[in-house]
Design a protein around this ligand. Structure first.
Ligand code: DC
Length: 230
C-alpha cells in the first residue's frame, strides 16, 4: 500500500489530542486537522434537531459546507465556507450535539470526502476518532491515545475553567462516560485503534513525554521506509 503523508491521532474525549496534534504538527512543520471541530461546526450550523432529520435531507444540508486549512503547526486555521471557525464550538453542549450527528452515516460520509481531500492535498497531523481506521487507512504513522476516564475528566475541567466556563468534576466525568459509550458503541466508524496503530496511555505522562514517544515512533517509521526504499 502506498502511504500518504499523514500522521493520525485517534482517541476518546479529554485525552489531550488537540494539544498534541498542534505541537506535533509544529515540530513536523505541517498543518493539523481537528476533525472534532468539523463535527462540532456542522452540529451547530445544522441546529439542535439535526440528528432527527432523514438521511436524504441531512446529506443535502451537509453538501452546503466546505472546509479548508490555512497555515501550519499551532497557527493552523480551519475555515468553514471561507470563514475561520469560532470558539462557540468548544462548549460541552456543542460536543454533545457533535456526538449525536457523528453517529449518522450521511454526516460521516460527507465529512469523510472532505477530510480525505484535505489529507491528499497537504501533509497533515489529523486528529479524531476514526482517522487511522476509516479516513486515512494508508497514513504513514498511526497513534491511538488513551487515558483513564477520571484523568480525562480532570483535564477537561481544567480546560473549561481556563476558558472561563463553569465546570463540575462529577458532571464532566458522567458526560465523558456517556460520550465514550456513544463514540465506542456506534455502528458506523466506532472509536477503536487501527490494527497498525501504536497505543499510548497518556494517564501518567505530560505533554512533552507523549510528544517524545510520538516523535520516536515517527523517526523509526521514517527510517524503516527509507531503508525499505534504498
Ligand atoms: O474531539 P471532539 O470532542 O472535538 O469531538 C466531538 C465529537 O465528534 C465526539 O463526541 C465524537 C465526534 N467525532 C467523531 O465521531 N469522529 C471524529 N473523527 C471526530 C469527532
Amino acid at each position: 500500500m502506498d502511504r500518504i503523508a499523514v500522521i493520525t491521532l485517534d482517541g476518546p474525549a479529554g485525552v489531550g489530542k488537540s494539544t498534541l496534534a498542534k505541537q506535533l504538527a509544529g515540530k513536523l512543520g505541517v498543518a493539523y486537522l481537528d476533525t472534532g471541530a468539523m463535527f462540532r461546526t456542522l452540529a451547530l450550523r445544522l441546529g439542535e434537531n439535526a440528528h432527527l432529520l432523514d438521511s436524504k435531507e441531512l446529506s443535502k444540508r451537509c453538501a452546503a459546507f466546505s472546509f479548508r486549512l490555512e497555515g501550519s503547526g499551532s497557527k493552523t486555521v480551519l475555515l468553514c465556507n471561507g470563514e475561520p471557525i469560532g470558539n462557540d464550538i468548544r462548549t460541552e453542549k456543542a460536543g454533545k450535539m457533535a456526538s449525536l450527528i457523528a453517529a449518522i452515516p450521511a454526516v460521516r460520509d460527507c465529512l469523510k470526502v472532505l477530510q480525505r481531500k484535505i489529507g491528499l492535498e497537504t501533509p497533515l497531523v489529523a486528529e479524531g476518532r476514526d482517522m487511522g481506521t476509516v479516513i486515512f487507512p494508508d497514513a504513514l504513522c498511526k497513534f491511538f491515545l488513551d487515558a483513564r476516564p477520571e484523568i480525562r475528566a480532570l483535564r477537561r475541567v481544567h480546560d473549561l475553567k481556563t476558558r472561563g466556563e463553569e465546570a463540575n468534576l462529577q458532571e464532566i466525568t458522567e458526560a465523558i462516560r456517556k460520550r465514550d459509550a456513544l463514540d465506542r458503541g456506534r455502528a458506523v466508524a466506532p472509536l477503536k485503534p487501527a490494527e497498525d496503530a501504536v497505543i499510548v496511555d497518556t494517564s501518567d505522562l505530560d505533554i512533552q513525554n507523549v510528544l517524545d514517544v510520538l516523535m520516536r515512533h515517527i523517526g523509526e517509521k521514517a527510517m524503516a521506509i527509507r531503508g525499505f526504499r534504498d
